[in-house]
Design a protein around this ligand. Structure first.
Ligand code: NAP
Length: 233
């Protein structure tokens, strides 16, 4: 049975990914950081394991991997945003903090997942960027840059790891109904929904389905799949 580790799976998109892989019969491991109660409840519901690690901390990630026999499929989903700021108002701490989770967390987890995948000559890695990582977003320079970096990492690793039988693909979600967008009021969410040709925001499940799809392809690598209702970038 293939084992899938999903980072940031205590809630939102990561939790939806965990539900999908579990439903399809995979051995699921939920990673979480602060939301222990939610993570343990989800693990209980899905009859799977939940492991705490701050993905930005390489030592915690190493400990998490030491507690896991193997990871065949890695979903690097854990991410944070800062709710938006003018570039001039961003601090060096903002840049360090957001990059350490969004890019650093992805790097840390891939580093520790790779030895087993390379040994097996088989592995699937799905990273989570954002449509803002493709287009850039005003007042989201830190977040957008970190998500653009995730795309660069994905494409580079797809080149490097293909000969080892490992695919590396990326999902770029549009506006998805999760806590990450709780900072927006109802009117703004409606406006964002109407900016997409499908006239709605996405659900975590929409993204979970796409992650599952990419993780189960044999001849697709280095791709960035938009799950954004056709949002015109
Ligand atoms: P969310 O509801 O805020 O959930 C974020 C998840 O990431 C939580 O499970 C959280 O775990 C985890 N996390 C945050 N920092 C972590 C850390 N240092 N170590 C381990 N886990 C950490 O966000 P979401 O909307 O589901 O976002 C999931 C991913 O999709 C993110 O990478 C985000 O950038 C991306 N995305 C979201 C949207 C959107 O519109 N929602 C759009 C584009 C891209 P704890 O609560 O346990 O700390």
């Amino acid at each position: 049975m293939k084992t899938v580790l999903i980072t940031g799976a205590s809630r939102g998109i990561g939790a939806a990914c965990a539900e999908k892989f579990s439903l399809e019969g995979f051995d699921v491991i939920i990673n979480y950081n602060r939301s222990e109660k939610a993570a343990l409840e989800l693990a209980d519901k899905l009859h799977c394991r939940a492991l705490r690690a701050d993905v930005s901390d390489a030592r915690q990630v190493e400990n998490m991997f030491n507690a896991i026999e193997k990871v065949d499929i890695l979903v690097c989903n854990a991410g944070i945003s800062d709710g938006g700021k003018m570039f001039c108002d961003t601090t060096f701490q903002d840049w360090a903090r957001i990059f350490s989770v969004n890019l650093g967390g992805t790097v840390n987890c891939i580093k520790y997942a790779l030895p087993h995948m390379v040994h097996e000559k088989w592995g699937r890695i799905v990273t989570i960027s954002s449509m803002w990582g493709i287009s850039g977003a005003s007042c989201e320079s830190v977040y957008s840059s970190s998500k653009a970096a995730v795309i660069g990492l994905t494409k580079s690793l797809a080149q490097e790891l293909g000969p080892s039988g490992i695919t590396v693909n990326c999902i770029a979600p549009g506006v998805i109904d999760t806590d990450m967008n709780a900072c927006y009021d109802e009117a703004t969410m409606k406006e964002l929904a109407m900016a997409a040709p499908l006239c709605r925001t996405g659900s975590p499940r929409d993204v979970g389905e796409a992650v599952f799809f990419l993780a189960n392809q044999e001849f697709i690598t280095g791709q960035v799949l938009g799950v954004d209702g056709g949002f015109l970038l």
